[in-house]
Write a protein that binds this ligand. Structure first.
Ligand code: PAF
Length: 280
């Protein structure tokens, strides 16, 4: 089947109305600049035999910095080619004024976990993410939606929103896709130049070192990692924190049964990179 491209809400709705009655829809929301990380979500969605919809929309509401929004990479032609190759059923590419028409003023706010980690440094970022994701859920009404674990806090908050607001969409998290050096794939990697790319690859190499340590206190792991990252040239750290994978809370000690994860945001050559790593 040919990939349908919908650039407006009426065109999307028309195509959704044409679907067979019991055809389940799988949604893969993206901001474009498609890479293997996105394609892993698409593959999983296709494998489940869902009518696969990929959205490409650089959501202004989730950028707290106008420069960052302007700098965000885009490559629509290449994205469309790649998604067609993966037999995506429909690609939705709305314009900002369609999603946020003049006078738009309704936003979602989660009040407990949105102001830690990335949220602490990117004011209203998660409000913007949850707002666009909820809008896409309401417009598309998918059976399932797919998100990468690289944005672990985002995935956590989307699951929380779905639970809190009784939204009937199945949320599927997909493990982070890494390059052969372990660098988490991200659209922002395109902005890394020369030596900065080499430095960025050190994030994962340092993460892997923690597995062999026998620390009892979370603080000690954090201090160790910060030192090692600095020695590797990763000295512009925004945050580095170990948290509970299930609750996103910050435990003091390492206890049996607690699933821990280290979270990082770091600037490399002016590019903000995030990653996370399961400790146990
Ligand atoms: O992860 C992203 O690319 C974005 O935050 C998302 C989920 C597409 C919402 O704009």
């Amino acid at each position: 089947m040919q990939t349908i491209i919908a650039r407006s809400l009426p065109s999307l709705k028309k195509n959704l109305n044409n679907l067979k009655k019991n055809q389940k829809v799988g949604l893969v929301p993206t901001m474009g600049c498609i890479h293997d990380g996105h394609l892993a979500l698409v593959k999983k969605c296709k494998k489940s035999k869902y009518f696969t919809i990929v959205t490409i929309f650089v959501n202004p509401a989730q950028f707290n910095n106008q420069k960052d929004l302007e700098k965000y990479p885009s490559q629509e032609k290449k994205d469309l080619e790649m998604l067609k190759q993966y037999n995506v059923d429909l690609i939705f590419i709305p314009k900002a004024r369609q999603m946020y028409p003049a006078g738009y003023s309704t936003y979602i706010k989660e009040i407990t976990f949105s102001d830690v980690l990335c949220g602490k440094h990117r004011k209203n970022h998660f409000s913007g993410v949850l707002t666009i994701v909820l809008k896409l859920f309401l417009i598309v009404q998918p059976y399932a939606a797919f998100f990468g674990e690289k944005d672990f806090q985002q995935l956590f908050l989307i699951k929380k929103m779905v639970k809190d607001l009784n939204i009937g969409v199945k949320i599927i998290g997909i493990p982070t896709v890494r390059d052969s050096y372990g660098l988490a794939l991200s659209s922002r990697n395109k902005l890394l130049k020369g030596r900065d790319l080499e430095i960025a690859k050190k994030i994962y190499l340092n993460f892997k070192k923690i597995r062999y340590l026998n620390y009892k206190h979370i603080k000690d792991i954090e201090l160790y990692l910060k030192k090692e990252l600095k020695n590797s040239g990763l000295n512009n750290l925004e945050y580095l924190e170990v948290r509970d994978s299930n609750s996103l809370n910050k435990p003091k000690h390492i206890r049996n049964g607690k699933k821990l994860r280290v979270f990082i945001a770091v600037y490399v050559g002016g590019v903000r990179l995030i990653d996370n790593y399961k400790l146990n």
